[in-house]
Design a protein around this ligand. Structure first.
Ligand SMILES: Nc1ncnc2c1ncn2[C@@H]1O[C@H](COP(=O)(O)OP(=O)(O)O)[C@@H](O)[C@H]1O
Ligand SMILES: [Mg+2]
Length: 252
């Protein structure tokens, strides 16, 4: 078994006085796909944000290790340069920037280059859009200009494929995903995984359906800031039958 790529040890996280994560242990190895599942408000997005170094969260206890090194004090930029990726949640109102322009900026930032060849980015992009079964016209669309949930997810999956991170988080949007968007995520994860076999991927979702399509190496059920159960994709059936309540600790 390879050494851990990401290791969370007894991670406790607080934001605005609330204890959100309360002792999370998690190991993701290179090439593994993990699904982080759980009800709304469990702390799934918080976990992704805190690994990315989002400034709104305080680590009050525990460690975040990337390839064995504690990165808890690193800035978001340093983490991005080290190859951690969290699909960029741009504000609703960015207008006038096309998908291809946006991706070119994102790749330049990740690879620390001033300028990137427009042609090269476009070739890469076209190749990936083809692999992911996307219409080439999508590259010219303006960000957020009437994007459906599926199109937003396409943009995120393209970012992940082109930026080639060592560890990628794909978080669900708060507004929920339609079936089209779920397919985009599932297909995107499978395709990127084939092409980038050493990437570690954590898919954050509360959709059981997604599990059946992605077939992750491990599934973790996060409830009230703790991973209450981990298993394989077969957990989908159990979650469907019992709901997340089955994993809520009994309170007396
Ligand atoms: N920046 C923040 N400041 C204060 N509370 C937060 C912040 N982010 C998340 N929370 C709270 O933490 C809990 C977990 O949120 P979140 O991680 O978004 O859950 P999930 O993604 O599983 O739905 C929620 O109660 C949410 O209101
Ligand atoms: Mg969330």
């Amino acid at each position: 078994m390879s050494a851990p790529l990401l290791e969370l040890r007894n991670l406790h996280v607080r934001a605005e006085g609330n204890d959100i994560l309360r002792g999370v242990d998690l190991i993701v190895r290179a090439g593994e796909v993990h699904a982080l599942m759980g009800p709304n408000g469990a702390g799934k997005s918080t976990l992704a944000n805190v690994v990315m170094g989002h400034p709104g969260y305080d680590v009050t206890e525990g460690q975040i290790l990337l390839n064995g090194e504690d990165i808890a004090t690193w800035s978001t930029d340093e983490r991005a340069r080290a190859g951690i990726f969290l699909a960029f949640q741009y504000p609703e109102a960015i207008s006038g920037i096309s998908v291809v322009q946006f991706l070119r900026q994102a790749i330049a930032a990740r690879k620390q280059l001033e300028e990137l060849s427009v042609l090269e980015v476009r070739m890469d992009l076209m190749e990936w859009m083809d692999r992911l079964g996307m219409d080439p016209a999508f590259a010219e669309r303006h960000l957020n200009d009437g994007f459906s949930g599926g199109e937003r997810k396409r943009n995120e999956v393209l970012q992940m494929a082109l930026l080639d991170p060592v560890l990628a988080f794909l978080d669900e949007t708060d507004s929920g995903l339609d079936i089209d968007a779920l397919r985009v995520v599932a297909r995107g994860v499978r395709t990127v995984r084939e092409a980038r076999p050493s990437m570690g991927i954590v898919v954050v979702t509360h959709y059981v359906k997604l599990l059946e399509e992605i077939l992750p190496d491990q599934v973790h059920i996060l409830v009230d800031g703790r991973i209450e159960h981990s298993g394989g994709p077969e957990l989908a059936e159990e979650i469907e039958a019992k709901g997340y309540d089955a994993w809520r600790p009994v309170t007396t």
